[in-house]
Design a protein around this ligand. Structure first.
Ligand code: S3P
Length: 166
């Protein structure tokens, strides 16, 4: 079937866009991510959509962005960190080569810090990260054909590990 050569999932800040761009360069193809698709289509920032319409509405927009990207994109695709929370989105991913980029909680706190552009982490980042990882880990594992741990690796090493894993 057609569709992306590789789909990257994993928590925010794990490096999906950096690694995705490296993979696209290595494979001579194009990088795309559904967060950017949503911002372009809606003409607004994701944080504003979360605040004004709430997370459920964002997940609806995200599901349609994932559906469209899976249908029309043949390069590297990265999804927003929470896309896997939606059961229908997970079902859309089933036929595709999905790789889960993982990191542990301490690494997540270190990498993202108090990044307010990421609305889910504005308060008490360590506690929020622990809860978020506990709630999502199983879903990342469910959609992924391979898991690549990023904790002690450079983006180049992660990109290579993704290629080796598929
Ligand atoms: C989210 C992750 C973000 C973005 C939104 C919600 C999440 O994407 O989709 O802020 O629920 O984890 P990145 O993983 O690209 O930061």
């Amino acid at each position: 079937m057609t569709g992306p050569q590789i789909v990257l999932v994993g928590p925010m800040g794990v490096g999906k866009s950096t690694v995705g761009a490296l993979l696209a360069e290595r494979l001579g193809t194009v990088y795309r991510d559904t967060d950017a698709d949503i911002v372009a289509a809606q003409g607004r920032e994701i944080a504003d959509i979360f605040v004004d319409e709430g997370e459920p509405h964002f997940r609806d927009l995200e599901r349609e962005a994932v559906r469209t990207a899976l249908a029309e994109h043949e390069g590297i695709l990265a999804l927003g960190g929470g896309a896997i929370l939606d059961e229908s989105t997970r079902a859309l991913l089933a036929p595709h080569p999905v790789v889960y980029l993982s990191m542990d909680v301490e690494e997540a706190v270190k990498r993202t810090g108090l990044n307010v552009a990421r609305p889910l982490l504005a308060v008490n980042p360590r506690k929020q990260w622990r809860e978020l990882m506990d709630a999502r880990r199983q879903f990342y594992a469910e959609v992924a054909r391979a898991v690549v741990a990023t904790d002690d690796r450079t983006p180049e090493e992660v990109a290579q590990a993704v290629l080796d894993a598929l």
